[in-house]
Design a protein around this ligand. Structure first.
Ligand code: NAP
Length: 288
């Protein structure tokens, strides 16, 4: 593959792709918002005329779930309209496209893992705009393209739950964490590696949707306890209901995603969330 454009390059998944790119044979072009604002259709077109690529991995998104409630237009521009722009360009120029979406397209009313074809019913603006982005991609239908839904992503430098828990674990003796929202954490490095693994072989005619998270199931409370345990932090974690921790945006109570389709089509093992978290904290030097 000649060249791969990665948007959102300073975000969690974008940064992990960048790390992995050094040992890959493909050429990469990493762009953060200051280099390419993906909401400006004209700029995106001009940029791609000047820098021809064969594939686009769209990691850029408006990811501030609560802020999105107050900024629905901005969230829509980044999460829906920009995806439509990319999908149109990819179809026209026959570029492969990997777009990342979210478990928040679901309302969390199921009590078994969500399949790709389960009906979406987002509870907030973030999930709604991400769903509209997915729908634009399916409508335009660039061949050899995929939507990958993920959840509870963490990476070094990102604003994520692991980072917050490590900080609180060092500062406090006790933290309260909700135990009635259940899902699966995803190490951004695992997702980035999976994307690079599947990209060269994409040969589908219709856009396909897949789920990729780490394996397993946990609540935010379980996740916090694991961070404290593997990070060797003596902080006690107390389970509380979501009603004690109100947030602007509603979140699904259950958003475990089935990865059957991904494993079947790409013949890939997916790491268990506890193993990935332990390894991540080790690599970060947190539990030494
Ligand atoms: N984080 C999660 O827990 C989670 C869960 C499920 C799905 N996802 C999805 O996974 C993907 C990657 O998430 P992530 O955690 O890596 O997100 P992230 O760390 O928030 O990174 C997103 C990046 O997008 C950039 N961006 C925002 N608006 C832009 C614009 N108009 N033009 C160009 N770049 C823009 C941001 O730049 P600035 O820093 O300059 O704003 C940021 O670097 C996203 O599609 C997200 O919806 C994430």
């Amino acid at each position: 593959m000649r060249k791969i454009l990665v948007t959102g390059a300073s975000g969690q998944v974008g940064s992990e792709l960048k790390k992995l790119s050094v040992s890959r044979k493909e050429d990469f072009l990493f762009v953060s918002r200051d280099m390419l604002d993906i909401t400006h259709a004209g700029n995106v077109r001009k940029f791609l005329e000047k820098h021809p690529v064969e594939a686009i991995i769209n990691c850029a998104a408006y990811t501030a779930v609560d802020d999105a409630e107050d900024n629905p237009e901005r969230a829509a521009q980044v999460n829906s309209e920009a995806v439509e722009i990319f999908a149109g360009i990819c179809k026209e120029k026959q570029l492969k496209m990997v777009h990342i979406s979210t478990d928040y397209v679901f309302d969390g009313q199921k009590n078994s893992p969500y399949f790709e074809e389960d009906p979406a019913a987002p509870l907030g603006i973030y999930g709604k705009t991400k769903w509209e982005g997915e729908e634009a991609m399916r409508r335009i239908n660039p061949p050899r393209s995929v939507i990958i839904r993920t959840s509870w992503v963490y990476a070094p430098g990102g604003n994520n739950f692991v980072r917050t828990m490590l900080k609180l674990g060092k500062e406090k003796d006790v933290v309260k964490v909700v135990d009635d929202q259940v899902g699966t954490p995803t190490r951004a490095g695992d997702l980035a590696a999976a994307i690079l693994e599947i990209l060269p072989g994409l040969d589908n005619k219709e856009v396909r949707t897949y789920h990729y998270t780490n394996e397993g199931v946990c609540s935010w409370f379980d996740f916090a306890k694991a961070v404290m345990e593997y990070g060797k932090l003596p902080c006690k974690v107390i389970p509380v209901p979501s009603s004690e921790y109100p947030t602007k945006a509603k979140r699904p109570k259950f958003s475990v995603l089935s990865k059957q389709a991904f494993k079947r089509d790409f013949k890939m093992d997916i790491p268990y969330w506890r193993d990935s978290l332990r390894e991540y904290l080790e690599e970060m030097g947190v539990n030494n």
